[in-house]
Design a binder for this molecule. Structure first.
Ligand SMILES: [Zn+2]
Length: 121
């Protein structure tokens, strides 16, 4: 259980050791940079949706992450869903079929949805 009182959903694992990942084994994963954010974030396509790490999984919601979560929640206005994994927050959104599943296109899509300036790392 995490501080939100929810369990991490099945199918989302945390790999110990070389970096932490929330991704499915078969997910197509890449990293993005967010303007003004120091650390890059993981993004993954999962079927017809795209998931992005908003609060870092290794972080237990410092004030910076809490502020970013709040910002993204406002931008999404209830759209998409959240997973709470290992202290981190993952936001998943339906990904339009008409868009190419490439890091650059996904970064542009996420920028619009999350109100952030996101680019492929
Ligand atoms: Zn943090």
């Amino acid at each position: 259980m995490n501080r939100y009182g929810r369990r991490a959903k099945a199918g989302i694992g945390i790999k110990k050791g070389k970096g932490v990942s929330f991704m499915h084994e078969d997910g197509q994963t890449f990293r993005v940079r967010v303007a003004g954010w120091q650390n890059s974030r993981q993004v993954s396509f999962r079927g017809n949706s795209v998931a992005m790490e908003v609060a870092r999984i290794s972080c237990s919601h410092c004030a910076t992450c809490a502020g970013r979560i709040h910002y993204v929640e406002n931008a999404l206005r209830g759209e998409g869903k959240r997973d709470y994994v290992g202290g981190g927050v993952i936001v998943s959104l339906p990904y339009p079929e008409t868009l190419a599943k490439t890091p650059g296109v996904a970064a542009g899509f996420l920028s619009g949805k999350l109100g952030l300036s996101i680019s492929a790392a």
